[in-house]
Design a protein. Structure first.
Length: 120
């Protein structure tokens, strides 16, 4: 993706949010996001760029320039983050149950075309 608007569009799509949702989350008007998407903006103000990157899970450098990694190496999709948080909040018995379910379910292969909930 060579254009800023293409990278913004990809980040929004992958986040599962709408441009309006993201605008509300980062404190700008939806019109600003639509200007980014339409290619009317060549640079995003740093303050908004970093907030946008945080809310979409993409690296600010990649969004701004197309250089570097799209996502941080430690990035987890929201559903995986929520599961990890629940695991961490569980007592020892709860953690054992989660581990057993994972052990039983993980060997199954995902059917082609089936969404896994992780953006795949």
């Amino acid at each position: 993706m060579t254009q800023l608007n293409e990278r913004v569009e990809a980040a929004i799509k992958a986040s599962g949010k709408t441009a309006t949702d993201i605008a509300a989350e980062i404190g700008c008007k939806p019109a600003a996001i639509y200007q980014w998407l339409n290619g009317d903006t060549k640079n995003i103000r740093n303050e908004l760029l970093f907030k946008f990157a945080d809310k979409t899970g993409f690296n600010a450098r990649w969004i701004a320039t197309g250089e570097g990694e799209m996502r941080a190496a430690d990035y987890l999709p929201p559903d995986e983050t929520a599961l990890l948080q629940k695991y961490r909040q569980s007592d020892a018995r709860g953690k054992q149950v989660i581990q057993r379910v994972a052990d039983v379910e993980s060997p199954y292969e995902v059917e082609p075309g089936h969404k896994t909930g992780t953006g795949d």
